[in-house]
Every structure is written in C-alpha cells, then in structure tokens.
Design a protein around this ligand. Structure first.
Ligand code: NAP
Length: 485
C-alpha cells in the first residue's frame, strides 16, 4: 500500500544514496524517500565486516568533498571508521527520518498512463514516485561459485561479504578461495590465528605496497584548522590517480613500467623463493584488473602455516577440498573471497520501463547508459555508479557527486516546467556508448578475457576517461539530448 506519491525515491542508503539525498535537500527538493534493504545506512561499508576491511583509496579522497573529516586515523581508513563517517553524515543531514529501512526493493515498474514509477519491496509494500534514483552500487551481490561436492562438505563456509563472526578461526584449518581486493585484506589478519591456511589463487594480481600510516594529532589539527592545506592534500591524492594510474590504464608504456616496477619491488622485498615469485607474478598487463595495495599480504604468504595453491579446486569432499594436483586437504572452514556478481547490472531488481519492457531485456548484450545515468525507454529513471562509471584509478566519490548534481538538474527542470517525463534519446545514447566502447577497447581493461568489469566481451563497468572529463561532461545538461514531455 502507498499513502502518497513522492517526487523522488532513492534506492539504497550507501555513499551514492546519501549523497543524492543531500544534493536534493540542498536544492530545496525535500519530497523524497530512501528505500534501504537493511536496517542501517552504509551500503558496502555496512556489509563488509571481514577482518582487515579497509579502503584502498586514501580517506581524504574517499569522502565527500563537502564533508571533510579531519578525524581519519589512518591514511587508508578501516571499515568501521568509514561506516561511522556515513552514519554521522546521515545524522547531520537528518536523513534517518527520510529512510524506510528493511525495504528491499524487488521491482520498479513505470506506469505510462500516470507517468509514475511504482516500486514494490520484498515485504510487499508499494511506493510511488515521479523519479527513481537507483543507488545500489555495483558490488553488492556476493558471487559464490558452485564447486562439485559442496553439499557433502561438513565444515563451515561463508563469503567474505557475509563474514560469519560466530565461526572461530583460531587453531583451525582454513581455506580461502580467491586472492583479490577483499581476500588480500583479510588473509594477513587470519593467517596468524589459524593452524593452517591454504590460499587458492586462480590468477595472480599486481600488488603495490600501500605504505599505510596513522595520522598524528598535529596532522589532524592542521586538517581541521587549515582548509587550504586540506584541499591541497586532497588535490595531490587525486593527481596521483589521474597522472600516474590512469595513463597505465590507457596503456602508456612508461606509466605501466613504473607501476610494474613498484609492484615487483613490493613482491621481491618480501619473497625470495623464485618459484613463489613466479606464481605471484601476473601474466597480464598491469591495470587490466584492479591494481591492489597491501603492506602485509606477501608477508602472510611466507608464513610457515600458509600454503599458496595454484593448481585449483577440483571439488569439495566431506572433509575439505580435493585440489587439481590430486592432493586432498581437510578444512574446518572455507572462506570465499570470490567477489561479486556485477553483471547483469541491477540484477536484483525487476525494472520495467515503457511498454513494460524489462531492463534485463533492454540490456541483453551488456548494460549501457548515457553518462552511466540514464537509458532510453526508461523515463525519469536515473542510476548512480551505473554502467561504465567504475574507476580503476581514483575515488568513486568524485563520480558519485557529479552524478548527484546532474540528476538534481534533471529533476529540477521538470519541477520548474511542470513537465512529467525526461528520457534520453536513443540515438544520443547509442552514439555515446559507441564512443565509450571504442575508447575502452584501447585501454588495459581489454587486455584480459574476463574480469568483473565485463559482461561477456563488453566492458560494462568501467569509465573510459579521467574523473575530470566525467565531471566536465556532467557539468551542464544538454536538454537537446532528451525527450521531455
Ligand atoms: P574480485 O576482485 O572479483 O576477486 C575475486 C577473486 O576470487 C579473484 O581472485 C578470482 O580469481 C577468485 N575467483 C572467483 N571465482 C573463482 C572460482 N570459481 N575459482 C577460483 N577462484 C575464483 O572480488 P573482491 O576481491 O571482493 O573485490 C571486488 C572489488 O571490490 C574490487 O575490485 C574493488 O573494486 C572492491 N573492493 C574494494 C576494496 C577497497 O579497499 N576499497 C576492498 C575490497 C573490495 P580470478 O582473478 O582468477 O578471477
């Protein structure tokens, strides 16, 4: 049942949803509701509670530009502090009262006659609005591969994004499947506790030393009291991503060599065994998959109680795992560090646009959207952190803020003119996507056959340029690109 029609409904109360809400409020558009599936704000920073969870983008940059936090304790903050930052922001902007918690959205259907979106939650509640903003993120559905024989395995198992804190790891035999951004953070935390740890690595990753450090009280004081220094610091962190990492993703040889050298240095500083160095050296160009940052991952791998397996999981057995090299290992606990189902996009919500057309069908062959925000035939439907807006080189918060400002302009335009719908023209979107896909083909992301950036052969997740370019393109809305009725 619904008791009113909202002007805007935001789905999700993570970094994107909160930012969207703040920008709406600041524009004087307060007739909105946030639907959140969980009972707290925070998105990925609420969900991922695995030991050692922290951000791999420095906090001074991985925070809203309009909400500086001088209290960051580390250069790269831990999950709890980022989560606290989000909760404090939600409180400061009185957003808790704008959130309907425990409302996991199941479907969003556009009613053409009334130009209204009807959103239904798993609970069976219905909410109606003129504009929908999807702010569900790209990394919220854990991917857990099916291995043969799993049903016979009698030990404990869980995914890193659903960490089971009730399972005691001390003194246990533990397997970790996967070795990317999440696993590399929790492996060093659990290795000293467990009796034995086997890390199942399918592909090696490029890992650069994080050189994390805590901020001293003087730095925190300067950060609080001297805004110019704070802004310059944020600028320097941003420039590093734009000027060093992005060129590597554009296959610039010098930048790639430099980053590769940094990664090899990190590896060789800790690992001397040539066989292990070989196993841990990727066979693809740096930047094709996410570059990882860690100060303690390699140190964990050389512990006596840790084994790096590269033969792979053949199948589960009652007691543990049979490896492809024929060795059966017994495990008390298996932890999946196997990432997220990033495609198809918005898989958990049945979105239907004009003529009842499902978004899933519209996106056959891979998700696409104009500026990553809108797609034709889905009027008044906006996405934050949508198709082709993920970054491998800089803070996603920069993209999110630009998107929120752009979406506000679209909503304001209709509010002022009294018109009902806005949708991007098909030809505009097609031309835009052709441009982005052509550019992505020339980037390092195209140098692997498979990654979470892709759907089939199409790179659906990543942005093709700098954050500066993205902000520039979103600065003004070109109304000629839209059908407004
Ligand atoms: P991921 O990057 O998708 O890595 C999944 C890992 O599991 C990879 O090592 C993958 O191997 C392995 N894997 C997947 N399926 C497998 C199978 N069937 N058999 C064996 N191995 C398998 O996932 P993630 O580490 O959770 O990270 C996902 C993204 O989340 C990151 O790229 C990053 O954007 C974000 N993240 C960010 C932070 C942060 O600090 N801000 C922290 C964690 C995650 P292959 O490489 O061979 O596919």
């Amino acid at each position: 049942m619904h008791d009113k029609d909202y002007q805007v409904i935001i789905i999700g109360a993570g970094f994107s949803g909160l930012c969207m809400a703040i920008k709406l409020q600041q524009a004087g558009l307060s007739d909105f509701l946030i639907l959140e599936g969980a009972s707290e704000v925070g998105g990925t920073w609420r969900e991922n509670t695995y030991p050692g969870a922290e951000c791999d983008i420095p906090s001074a940059l991985y925070s809203y530009s309009f909400e500086h936090n001088s209290a960051w304790e580390f250069k790269w903050s831990e999950q709890q502090q980022i989560f606290d930052y989000q909760k404090n922001i939600a409180k400061k902007y009185d957003l808790y009262e704008k959130v309907a918690f425990d409302q996991q959205v199941e479907s969003a259907v556009f009613d053409e006659d009334q130009s209204v979106w009807s959103i239904t939650s798993v609970k069976g509640d219905t909410f109606r609005c003129q504009h929908v903003v999807s702010a569900v993120g790209q990394l919220h559905l854990p991917a857990q591969p099916d291995f043969a024989g799993e049903e016979h395995y009698t030990g404990a198992k869980f995914h890193s994004a659903k960490w089971d804190h009730s399972v005691e790891l001390a003194g246990k035999r533990v397997a970790v499947i996967g070795n990317a951004a999440s696993a590399l953070q929790f492996i060093p935390q659990i290795a000293p506790l467990v009796e034995h740890l086997t890390v199942f690595q399918r592909s090696a990753n490029w890992v650069i030393a994080k050189q994390d450090r805590s901020y001293g009280s003087i730095e925190q004081w300067v950060s609080e009291k001297v805004p110019l220094i704070t802004r310059l610091y944020r600028l320097s962190l941003w420039l590093r991503g734009e000027c060093l990492v992005l060129p590597a993703m554009r296959r610039n040889r010098i930048a790639q060599r430099l980053l590769k050298w940094m990664a090899q240095k990190s590896l060789r500083r800790v690992i001397q065994d040539p066989e292990l160095i070989k196993k841990l050296t990727p066979d693809y160009p740096i930047g094709a998959k996410r570059i990882l940052f860690s100060d303690d991952y390699y140190g964990a791998l050389v512990r006596d109680n840790v084994h790096l397996d590269t033969s792979g999981v053949k199948q589960f057995t009652e007691q543990g795992i049979l490896r492809n090299d024929g060795v059966e290992e017994s495990f008390d606990v298996v932890i999946y560090g196997t990432g997220f189902k990033t495609n198809p996009f918005l898989a958990s919500i049945d979105v239907q646009g004009l003529g009842g057309r499902p978004l899933r069908e519209h996106w056959q062959g891979g998700a696409h959207a104009y500026l990553g925000i809108t797609t034709y035939d889905f009027p008044n439907f906006y996405m934050m952190y949508g198709p082709n807006t993920n970054l491998g080189h800089n803070s996603i918060i920069i993209m999110i803020e630009a998107q929120a400002r752009y979406i506000v302009k679209c909503i304001e335009r209709l509010a002022i003119s009294g018109q009902k719908t806005l949708q991007v023209k098909e030809a505009v979107e097609s031309q835009y996507n052709e441009e982005i896909q052509a550019r992505l083909k020339k980037m390092s992301f195209a140098d692997v056959k498979e990654s979470w950036y892709m759907d089939g052969g199409r790179i659906t997740n990543n942005w093709a340029g700098s954050t500066l370019e993205y902000r520039r393109r979103l600065r003004k809305v070109n109304w000629n690109n839209y059908l407004i009725t």
